[in-house]
Write a protein that binds this ligand. Structure first.
Ligand SMILES: Nc1nc2c(ncn2[C@@H]2O[C@H](COP(=O)(O)OP(=O)(O)OP(=O)(O)O)[C@@H](O)[C@H]2O)c(=O)[nH]1
Length: 359
């Protein structure tokens, strides 16, 4: 999928950089262009991207300090500047725009839903959101911000792919300590998904097409991406179990939103040397995913790559009914209940209005 990325806020800018670097290193060319938008000059300066500073008249380049209503307001006021910066990058061959943001802070959390709404008004191509959920230890403000941002993003974006910081937490290691490694790992799975059907090395028997990714995302709502990889035997015949077990581990232990396995639609992409990809294994894995997710709509295909390993990338859409989302929403609701004076109007729910919309 030829995509233009727009990173909003600190996490958005860093993750957009990691995605662009991964795509360039792999030589995929799926990411056609990328920019970063922020209210904080200091967060934009280190990024190797073109940047747009918003909210200068309100916060003078110092960030919005976690206030996502202010983040939404400044994006609303300065959206023309951002749209002007995006416009020359969305050339005729671009198939999607992806707005990338951490949902727990102020600028990305507030700004991303506004920007998605504005971009959707201007462009016919799908506008997706790639949102980072705060870890469970990250404090009430982050949970409240993310709950409200997510509710609004899901309404405004064609699909919202979620990356849960908790999914990358290894025991004893703080999320803050490992952002660079986390971003690289997030970029690998999302980067492979964006490149699937885009830049394939060699010709496979059933190469996945970009339209399969877009059609799977068409189910809308919230989505998760899983990734797993393993060394492969020389021949496809040796790799029936490698394919099935890699797909299983992508879903069971490698999902960007752990245990989000109730889904409306799915896509299984097997990346690797086409000579080594077992058709039987791929078919078995697809059937397994249908049963596991309760979805009849599971697509599949290969991503030919020159490698002696096999990797599985699994996209699941319509995962909002999963326990993980319910647990996150409960954290957001609890945080709202615990701080009634600070969030007086947010005491309503997510699906059922306990959590307010941001816009
Ligand atoms: N995965 C990942 N998460 C990050 C990173 N940096 C921050 N976060 C998460 O993003 C949330 C904070 O959002 P930021 O992007 O730092 O904030 P911001 O959008 O710049 O907003 P303000 O700083 O309030 O102006 C928290 O939940 C952090 O855990 C990062 O590099 N990688």
């Amino acid at each position: 999928m030829k995509a233009v990325l727009v990173g909003v806020g600190q996490a958005g800018g860093k993750l957009t950089t990691a995605l662009s670097e991964f795509d360039a290193e792999m030589g995929f060319g799926a990411i056609r262009d990328a920019i970063a938008v922020n209210t904080a000059t200091a967060d934009l300066e280190p990024l190797p991207l073109d940047t747009v500073l918003v909210g200068q008249s309100r916060v003078n380049g110092h960030g919005v300090g976690g206030d996502n209503e202010l983040g939404a307001e400044v994006m609303d006021e300065d959206s023309i500047e951002v749209l002007d910066a995006v416009a020359p990058r969305v050339t005729a061959d671009v198939e999607a725009i992806v707005v990338v943001a951490g949902l727990g802070g102020g600028t990305g959390s507030g700004g991303a839903p506004v920007l998605v709404r504005e971009l959707s008004r201007v462009y016919d191509v799908p506008v997706y959101a790639l949102g980072v959920l705060p870890g469970r230890d990250e404090g009430a403000m982050y949970q409240v911000n993310a709950g409200r941002s997510l509710k609004t993003l899901v309404r405004e974006a064609d699909a919202t792919i979620l990356l849960d910081n908790d999914a990358w937490r290894s025991s004893g290691e703080s999320v803050e300590g490992g952002y660079a490694a986390i971003n690289e790992s997030m970029a690998r799975r999302v980067g492979l998904l964006l490149a699937a059907g885009e830049a394939t090395q060699g010709v496979g028997e059933s190469v996945v097409d970009t339209s399969e990714v877009i059609n799977t995302l068409r189910a809308g709502g919230m989505a998760a991406v899983g990734y797993g990889s393993a060394p492969a035997g020389e021949d496809a015949g040796d790799n029936v179990n490698t394919v099935t077990s890699t797909v299983r581990s992508a879903v069971m232990t490698g999902l960007s939103l752990p245990s989000a396995t109730t889904a409306d639609a799915g896509l299984v992409v097997i990346a690797g040397d086409p000579e080594r990809i077992s058709r039987k294994g791929a078919e078995k894995a697809r059937k397994w995913l249908q049963e596991e997710t309760g979805s009849m709509q599971v697509r599949g295909g290969d991503f030919p790559l020159d490698s002696d390993r096999l990797a599985a990338v699994v996209l699941l859409t319509g995962v909002e009914r999963s326990d993980r989302i319910e647990a996150f929403l409960e954290r957001a609701r609890q945080a709202i209940r615990d701080e009634p004076e600070e969030e007086p109007d947010a005491a309503e729910a997510f699906q059922n209005d306990e959590i307010d919309d941001l816009l």
